[in-house]
Design a binder for this molecule. Structure first.
Ligand code: ADP
Length: 274
């Protein structure tokens, strides 16, 4: 637990008399400390790529560079600028998730479509990071729709897949799919046989900027915000995120959506087998 903080105010209200007011400010202080942490983190995450970029601009002003050096420096600057772009995109996504109303059940999202799109993105990422060596498998589930926001669901599934692809070595295997559980809950899963996560990290994994291995996350293009986004999205859809992981064996991330937000897609008339 966090220490309790009590604010005390003393008002003299008559000769020799004092009124003592106490107020529990623990929650307020905690929120304030979290906000300060967040701002410090964001500033640091923006400052480091910027420092690299400024350094290379200075190097480029040196006229004695070879063509090869110039090209190399520009490439490194581009990498760092992209890192900042991704960070800003994730920050905007998080702030939109916090500021916008909860998606209602007037929009139905076809899960097979969203999974296919997220999977295509994951495949291009795997091509870049693992030269197409990593094995990526999509296991199609039943035809279902989910009431919610398509963009948000795509982003949640996309983040889980991109994590699996980034943290699992080229020789590894990543599988994603969906199924209906016995009580008609929908489960969307992403599983990998990568490094796994030690149990002490699991409770903090969805905190903003929490990373098990900072440099490994950054080197593969991580912002530290992916799982925070996933958690927000799934909570906004009245669902849950479950994480199962064993060090050295791999990880499974499951999104569960309640039956009220899930429906089967009826087969189109005339397309059914006679
Ligand atoms: P990041 O941008 O750093 O990947 P996330 O919020 O998506 O941020 O994930 C937080 C941390 O959880 C990561 O830095 C990584 O240490 C760990 N992690 C997430 N997914 C996996 C996975 N599939 N295998 C191993 N570690 C993972």
């Amino acid at each position: 637990g966090h220490p309790q903080h009590i604010a005390i105010q003393i008002f003299p209200y008559a000769k020799g008399r004092r009124l003592l007011l106490t107020r529990d400010v623990t929650a307020v202080e905690l929120a304030e400390a979290m906000r300060r942490d967040f701002v410090a983190n964001v500033s640091h995450e923006i400052r480091s790529p910027l420092t690299v970029i400024v350094g290379f601009i200075e190097a480029l002003q040196n006229l004695a560079l070879t063509e090869g050096e110039r090209a190399r420096y520009l490439e490194l600057m581009q990498q760092q600028a992209r890192r900042m772009q991704t960070l800003i995109d994730d920050l905007l996504m998080l702030s939109r998730l916090e500021g916008s109303p909860i998606p209602d059940d007037s929009h139905w999202v076809v899960i097979a479509d969203v999974m296919a799109e997220a999977f295509t993105q994951a495949r291009s990422l795997a091509d870049v990071l693992h030269a197409g060596q990593q094995s990526l498998v999509l296991v199609e589930g039943p035809p279902v729709e989910v009431a919610g926001a398509r963009g948000e669901l795509l982003s949640a599934i996309g983040n889980l897949l991109s994590n699996a692809v980034r943290y699992t070595p080229s020789t590894g295997r990543v599988e994603a799919g969906w199924r209906l559980l016995a009580d008609d809950e929908l489960e969307i899963y992403v599983t990998d046989d990568g490094p796994g996560i030690a149990p002490e990290h699991l409770p903090r994994l969805t905190e903003r900027f929490y990373r098990v291995d900072r440099s490994r996350s950054r080197d593969s293009g991580g912002t530290g915000l992916g799982l925070a986004i996933v958690k927000h999205v799934i909570q906004r859809h009245s669902g849950q995120l479950a994480i199962d992981s064993r060090l050295g064996e791999g990880s499974t991330f499951r999104l569960r959506l309640p039956p009220a937000r899930v429906r089967r897609i009826a087969p189109e008339p005339g397309l059914a087998a006679p």
